[in-house]
Design a protein around this ligand. Structure first.
Ligand SMILES: NC(=O)c1ccc[n+]([C@@H]2O[C@H](COP(=O)([O-])OP(=O)(O)OC[C@H]3O[C@@H](n4cnc5c(N)ncnc54)[C@H](O)[C@@H]3O)[C@@H](O)[C@H]2O)c1
Length: 438
């Protein structure tokens, strides 16, 4: 939702990016940003840093960098912080994660060592394969959320920040069935005071952020703030929110390929996706209830792209299966296989095999950076509630009640860029091509 006539406030001063969960994704992001600042690396994969946007007609030749076109926070003005159940600083955690080479991590050792995780709000009930010592205690969930608010306040004061955004980079929590405690902010707050089991740790971070007027993005597939109570709190507090689940790896590939098949009216009979990964995320997802959260976000994309109700001849019988297997020897280097059974003219079958040897956190880090910078822009532009234009980065985009999510990567990109054009009062690009009728 946009408030008409609101100008975009300049990104003056420093921007704090707080990350609940200082694991593989978070430390790959932080180390990367410091390496880029030192001129040791380039921000490959980041639309906010190297992407451009076309303005006006193709003949106008106006194609600025996105970061020059809209007033994004400068990468040099970011201050990182976070929470984790393990007390390791970001240097130790980056070494543990095993994503980046030690020689790269060592180049920013001093900066990483300075980032020490604050005590986390954590209950192993929601992440069954994990536990650690760096945790807060409190008599109920409301009290824990208040401690998180104190952390946010003192982080801002201590670092003399102008603004903060929060992106969840913590583990995936178990799947929870809808509970009426999520209906309204009143029922939710009552539930917090009564330690209601349907209020998970990540929900407390989201609640605390929104209460403090801090934009919040959920990078994991669990519920978090994707519920009426916290959606309405975001609106009341006029805070932008987005989620869920960073779109990287296999789902990224799916949302590239599926729109192509559909555009050419090719049918799909089966899509089997399996992958092996050996990092801590893989270990957490090895637990059936955490996997259930992931399975739901991973499975829905194809249904929405293919619209089997509109194209029954092509997609009605699609058999879609997703498997994630924990396989420690691979570490963060995930390997994914897709077998896609498609059919074309006269029903003749064809097969496509995709073997993606990807690096999860390398794909995720620029996504987190872009989400953080864009959600900060949203707040400075007076936008609040669910930011659908950020669906581009998310596997299971949150949408307003009654709407269906857009999963097609290219429509998502168009939506994102048109939102930026709209914010700056530029013509939206329709690709209509009616030049002959002038
Ligand atoms: N890497 C990707 O491509 C990708 C894509 C989509 C989603 N994700 C999601 O991003 C998240 C992070 O992934 P990762 O590979 O960095 O995992 P990771 O296991 O390396 O890091 C997660 C960290 O969160 C911490 N943590 C767990 N619960 C916490 C809590 N309540 N408070 C504070 N810290 C907590 C853990 O101790 C751990 O250090 C996961 O939920 C994952 O599913 C990752």
């Amino acid at each position: 939702m946009i408030e008409k006539g609101v100008e975009i406030k300049q990104p003056k001063g420093k921007l704090g990016i707080l990350l609940p969960g200082l694991g593989a994704v978070a430390t790959t992001l932080i180390a990367g940003v410091y390496l880029i600042r030192k001129g040791e690396a380039k921000p490959i994969g980041s639309l906010t840093q190297i992407g451009t946007i076309r303005l006006g007609k193709r003949t106008d030749n106006r194609v600025p960098l996105i970061k020059d076109f809209v007033q994004l926070a400068d990468i040099n003005d970011i201050v990182f912080g976070g929470w984790d159940i393990f007390p390791d600083n970001a240097y130790e955690s980056a070494l543990n994660a095993g994503v980046l080479k030690k020689e790269d991590i060592d180049k920013v050792k001093k900066e990483l060592e300075a980032i020490k995780p604050m005590k986390a709000v954590f209950d192993p009930q929601y992440v069954k394969r994990l536990d650690g010592p760096n945790k807060k205690t409190g008599k109920n969930k409301m009290e824990l959320a208040e401690q998180l608010m104190d952390d946010m306040k003192s982080f801002k004061e201590k670092n003399k920040l102008d603004r903060i955004v929060i992106v969840w980079t913590g583990s995936t929590e178990t799947y929870l069935e809808y509970d009426h405690v999520w209906d309204t902010i009143e029922s939710f707050e009552k539930g917090m005071r009564e330690n209601h089991p349907a209020i998970s740790s990540s929900m407390l971070y989201a609640y605390a952020a929104l209460k403090m007027g801090i934009p919040y993005v959920n990078g994991a597939p669990h519920m978090s703030h994707d519920m009426p109570a916290l959606d309405s709190l975001a609106k009341t507090m006029k805070v932008p929110i987005a989620g869920k689940d960073f779109k990287t790896g296999q789902t990224f590939m799916k949302t590239l390929l599926a729109p192509g098949f559909k555009a050419r009216m090719l049918g799909v009979r089966g899509w089997f996706s399996t992958n092996i990964l050996g990092n801590r995320d893989g270990e957490v997802l090895d637990e059936p209830l955490s996997f259930r959260s992931k399975e739901i976000t991973k499975s829905s994309a194809l249904d929405y792209i293919f619209q089997p109700d509109k194209y029954p001849d092509l997609y009605k019988d699609l058999y879609h299966k997703v498997r994630i297997n924990y396989y420690p020897p691979l570490g963060d280097n995930k390997e994914g296989w897709d077998n896609i059974d498609i059919f074309g003219w006269l029903d003749y079958p064809m097969q496509i095999k995709v073997n993606f040897l990807c690096r999860d956190s390398i794909l995720a880090a620029p996504v987190v950076l872009d989400l953080a910078l864009f959600i900060d822009l949203a707040q400075r532009a007076g936008m609040y509630g669910i930011q659908e234009w950020l669906s581009f980065y998310l596997k299971s985009p949150m949408v307003a009640p009654g709407l269906y999510p857009e999963h097609d990567l290219f429509i998502q990109l168009m939506k994102l860029k048109n939102t930026l054009r709209y914010l700056k009062g530029e013509d939206l690009i329709t690709h209509l091509g009616l030049d002959y009728y002038d």
